[in-house]
Design a protein. Structure first.
Length: 93
């Protein structure tokens, strides 16, 4: 989508994308938040992205939490722990 010729950004879309999760909380009221909301209100791309993110969060919250057998849960956490240990070893080099 092309921006309207008179459409001006105080924030770049990239900066807005970095802060979209903050915008999901309607209680935020900082100057940055007001500027981001103003940007989103005038930018079709950012509006679409925010709407998509809100829908994704809504659908995620509606999904039931799967029940894992305890054995499978233990195996998954063991794999995660092995991956963490490997990452620690690599970062200490």
């Amino acid at each position: 989508m092309k921006p309207h010729p008179l459409h001006k950004h105080l924030f770049s879309c990239t900066e807005v994308y970095a802060h979209l999760c903050d915008n999901l909380d309607e209680q935020l009221d900082s100057e940055s938040c007001r500027q981001i909301k103003a940007h989103i209100a005038g930018c079709e791309n950012c509006t679409a992205l925010l709407d998509s993110l809100k829908k994704t969060v809504y659908l995620y919250r509606k999904c039931p939490v799967p029940k894992l057998p305890s054995r499978l849960k233990s195996e998954v956490f063991a794999v995660i722990n092995v991956a963490k240990q490997k990452k620690k070893k690599i970062s200490h080099r």
